[in-house]
Design a protein around this ligand. Sequence first.
Ligand SMILES: C[S@@+](CC[C@H](N)C(=O)[O-])C[C@H]1O[C@@H](n2cnc3c(N)ncnc32)[C@H](O)[C@@H]1O
Length: 252
Amino acid sequence: MLKTKLGESIRKTDSELTSGARMFELRNDIAANMGAHWNVNSNVFMSRLSISRILYLNMLYQHIVDVPGIICEFGVQWGASLSVLANLRGIHEPYNYSRKIVGFDTFQGFSKTHELDGKVVSEGDYSTMVDYQHCLDEIMSLHELGSPLPHIKKYELVAGDASKSFPTWIENNPQTVISMAIFDMDIYHPTKEVLMQVLPRLVRGSVLVFDELNCPQFPGETLAVIETLGLNNLKLKRDPNQPFCAWAVFGE
Ligand SMILES: C[S@@+](CC[C@H](N)C(=O)[O-])C[C@H]1O[C@@H](n2cnc3c(N)ncnc32)[C@H](O)[C@@H]1O
């Protein structure tokens, strides 16, 4: 198992690493010349992995179109999923300005890990770059400008350890109903704490999403689910292209 400079665990063959690096160079050389339609034409660099991820998020999104409430993502990192979700809102429910999308992250990588997290993870893994929260804020606002009702801000980024920032955020937003909660912090303690606090905010039909279920590198996320909900109380499903992702409709 390889770990990148940012502490990300990756499973890639040498040829995947080489072709990925070459694609990166080509993208840097070519994207600036793509002109007005660069954002569509740059799809030429999209990989099977990114397309699979978008299809997965799209499938999840379709399950909540008739469910009230906001979307919360716990563990945002660069915002790869958060930004897709914001665009999916513009596609699937352009006028539903109540579907706020709220992303919680330390923006400094993993918070303190627990012995139940195993040996691979360390505090600070999956960090991004200094002041990235503000870059992502700008990116999200630009995505919003390209969607219906751009004058209504429909996303929020909340910095800090989610086990502390989420209860504070709920205190300030007591009306909150959650239609979809995505757990992608990978580690035990914040996943367990937040999951317990999320439960009273779900309706039957809300979607719970776990990004690292049954994942040997990140045992903490599964343990948090076992200790809060119990695996056999959920009808967990998976997607053929997302090896460790699992999701369930709450109350089903
Ligand atoms: C795998 S990344 C998330 C990837 C993202 N969901 C995506 O789809 O691109 C895990 C993230 O969890 C965040 N994280 C870990 N512990 C956290 C905590 N206690 N509170 C908030 N965020 C946390 C890390 O900072 C990191 O950005």
